[in-house]
Write a protein that binds this ligand. Structure first.
Ligand SMILES: [Zn+2]
Length: 252
C-alpha cells in the first residue's frame, strides 16, 4: 500500500469504513476491472460492442442471423481472450469481501466470468454470459465450453447437438436487461472499473444516491457521477480494491 499517495490512502481507509458500516453493499463492475487480466476494453476502443451510441453493425442480432460466419469471426479473438483470462487481485479481493459477508452481490457489465472464477457467488451479468449458448432452432440451452474450443481452434460455427440449428451465445447484443433488485435496495454501491456510459447500468449509481446510499467510485477515467461520490479514487482497481479489502477484513 505504500506506493499510494496520502490522499489515496485516506480515501482507501474511508471506503473501508463505509463498507464495514453498510448492511447491503453492492459492487458494480465494468470493463476496467478486467483490463488488468488482459481483456481489452472493446467498448472504449471504439469497437462499440455494447455501446448504445456507437453500435457496431457486426455485433447486432441481424448480423448474427444473416451473416453468422462474420459474427463469429468477429467474436473469435474476444472469446479466445476470455477463456484464457484469470481473475486479478481486484476480483479476488471482492470475492473475499463477499465471503466475509461485507458485500451482498456483484453486478457486472462483463461477460468474462472472472468474478465467478475468483470465487464470487452472487454475480448478476447484465450483458449475459459466454458460459452457455441457446439454439436458434429448438431453443435448448447448452454449455459453451466444447463449442467455444472448436470455434477458437477451427473457426467452425457452434451447432446444436439436438437439432443441428445454429447456437447463439447467451450474451445480450443490443438488448436491455433489468438489473437485479439488489441494485434497488443497496445502501452502498462500489463502482469498480466502469466509466458508467452504458445504459441501463449507468443509471444504477444515480438511483442508489437518490435513495441515500453511499457511493464509492474507483475508475481510471472520470465518470459523470464523480462529483457526487462519497469516495472517488482514480487509480488502478487491481491495486486499490485489495487495499480496501484489507481494511474491511481488518488484516493490517
Ligand atoms: Zn437445437
Amino acid at each position: 500500500m505504500s506506493d499510494f499517495s496520502q490522499r489515496v490512502l485516506e480515501s482507501i481507509c474511508f471506503a473501508g469504513e463505509l463498507i464495514c458500516k453498510s448492511k447491503r453493499a453492492v459492487v458494480l463492475t465494468g470493463a476496467g476491472i478486467s483490463t488488468p487480466s488482459g481483456i481489452p476494453d472493446f467498448r472504449s476502443e471504439g469497437t462499440g460492442l455494447w455501446s448504445y451510441d456507437e453500435p457496431l453493425e457486426v455485433a447486432s442480432l441481424t448480423t448474427f442471423r444473416y451473416q453468422p460466419e462474420r459474427f463469429f469471426e468477429w467474436m473469435r479473438p474476444l472469446i479466445s481472450c476470455i477463456i484464457n483470462a484469470e481473475p486479478n487481485p481486484a476480483h479476488l479481493a471482492i470475492a473475499r469481501m463477499e465471503h466475509a459477508g461485507y458485500i451482498k452481490s456483484i453486478i457486472t457489465q462483463n461477460i468474462d466470468n472472472l468474478h465467478q472464477k475468483a470465487g464470487s457467488i452472487n454475480v448478476y451479468e447484465t450483458h449475459g454470459t459466454m458460459q452457455s449458448m441457446s439454439c436458434t432452432g429448438c431453443f435448448q440451452r447448452t454449455a459453451s465450453a466444447s463449442h467455444i474450443q472448436i470455434l477458437v481452434e477451427d473457426g467452425k460455427l457452434p451447432i446444436c447437438p439436438h437439432c443441428g440449428g445454429l447456437l447463439k451465445p447467451d450474451v445480450i447484443l443490443f438488448g436491455e436487461q433489468m438489473p437485479h433488485e439488489a441494485a434497488q435496495t443497496c445502501d452502498l454501491m462500489l463502482v469498480a472499473g466502469s466509466s458508467l456510459e452504458v445504459l441501463p447500468v449507468a443509471n444504477l449509481p444515480m438511483q442508489a444516491l437518490d435513495r441515500g446510499a453511499h457511493l464509492i467510485i474507483i475508475n481510471q477515467t472520470p465518470t459523470y457521477l464523480g462529483v457526487r461520490a462519497d469516495v472517488l479514487i482514480t487509480e488502478d482497481v487491481a491495486g486499490v480494491i485489495p487495499a480496501i479489502a484489507k481494511k474491511v477484513l481488518n488484516e493490517q
